[in-house]
Design a protein around this ligand. Structure first.
Ligand SMILES: [Zn+2]
Length: 385
């Protein structure tokens, strides 16, 4: 059973220009809880007093979802997160030789001591706290450094080790495969008799975040990070709706209320100012709209001819639109839907001509506009006999 961690409120707010007011954060968290995501990463309390206050009020809601905070490997960050009464803290620190030497001017041993001291401190303050340690840019750091730091973190009390593809560098089927990475890391832990949960955080710089997350799933990863609309730094991370639908529909992990995803996406889109592209899977305007003539005709007989997902699962409805590609069969089907099936052939050809005219200008005709065209054609015919 895989867990899903939603980071819309933490990673998502790192999208350039995105800021959610506290009441919007609460509304988003409410929906995430209703959907049933396993962990809500609510923010990094040290960043601003507003984020601190938002994390605290979300943690105090008594959700079924575990509420967590982000934290650097510093006691002060841990104290601020604990003040918010969270049950999960995600700590991060880099382990790559190059980064340690040039940015932090310290060696790996010193870094590991800092990481483990902070983990031990956090556990001593709240023993049932879930602690995740993330070696930043895990997949591009020396593997032996990752194993060394992560093993020390687990021995110090970390429950989860997260593999971060911070720059969206991994490519399935190559020597940069997430499947191989997770498998090798789990083997190293097993050799040391350590069995932390392993999480994966995939960025989407190559458009492969979901593919890499599913590669990690195949290797038995325990937690997958995602965000509504795939929001996050640069090209963002795994899209929550796509991930939950694939896990629910195709991997039989039916634990989430996916019918609420459309509502969540509308809310997040409105308050992030990031529009949902019309052709976006699952939540996009066109995701269940059939248009081309032969598609509409076949889909009107049996929708599964041109659908592999049932829109009802997502609380959505199938729709039909007409444009310059539409033929007489699609038009007749659409006329039936608007109660105009008795229209004679001559009128139908007139209506189709108008539909194609609209379509050629780059628009589609939905059923309500079709009704207007029908009325106009009838009117015209009546007065021009
Ligand atoms: Zn990230």
């Amino acid at each position: 059973m895989v867990w899903v961690l939603d980071s819309t409120l933490r990673e998502g707010e790192q999208t350039p220009g995105v800021y959610f007011d506290k009441h919007i954060k609460l509304a988003i968290a409410n929906l995430l809880n209703e959907i049933g995501v396993d962990i809500i990463e609510a923010g990094h309390p040290v960043v601003t007093p507003e984020i601190h206050a938002a994390v605290k009020s979300i943690a105090q809601k008594g959700f079924k979802s575990i509420v967590g905070a982000h934290s650097r490997s510093l006691k002060n960050d841990i104290d601020l997160a604990l003040e918010c009464e969270v049950d999960f803290i995600g700590i991060f620190y880099c382990v790559s030789d190059e980064r340690l030497q040039t940015v932090f001017k310290k060696d790996l041993e010193t870094a590991i001591t800092q990481i483990t001291d902070v983990i031990k401190y956090a556990k001593s303050q709240k023993p049932n706290l879930l602690i995740r340690y993330t070696p930043e840019d895990t997949v591009r750091s020396q593997f032996e450094n990752v194993v060394k730091a992560a093993s020390a973190a687990v021995e110090a009390g970390a429950d989860i080790i997260s593999v971060a593809d911070t720059t969206g560098y991994m490519v399935p089927g190559t020597n940069r495969s997430m499947y191989d990475y997770i498998s090798n890391l789990k083997d190293e832990f097993a050799k040391r008799k350590l069995f932390p949960k392993v999480a994966v955080h995939c960025h989407n710089d190559r458009g492969l975040a979901l593919a890499n997350a599913l590669d990690a799933y195949r290797a038995g990863v325990d937690i997958i990070d995602a965000a509504a609309l795939g929001l996050g730094e640069r090209a963002g991370i795994v899209d929550l709706a796509e991930l939950l639908v694939v896990l629910s529909v195709d991997h039989n992990e039916q634990r989430w209320n996916i019918s609420k995803l459309t509502q969540l996406y509308d809310l997040v889109s409105k308050h992030s100012g990031i529009p949902i592209p019309a052709n976006y899977p699952i939540t996009g305007k066109n995701a269940f709209t059939h248009c081309a003539g032969v598609h509409t005709h076949a889909a009107s007989i049996n929708p599964m001819h041109y659908e592999s997902l049932d829109p009802n699962l997502l609380g959505r409805e199938r729709s039909f639109a007409l444009d310059q590609m539409s033929g007489i069969a699609s038009l007749r089907y659409a006329l039936k839907l608007v109660g105009e099936e008795s229209m004679d052939d001559e009128h139908q050809m007139e209506v189709l001509k108008e539909v194609k005219f609209v379509g050629q200008r780059g628009r589609t005709v939905d059923l309500s506009e079709l009704k207007h065209i029908v009325d106009a054609v009838k009117h015209h015919k009546t007065y021009n006999k």
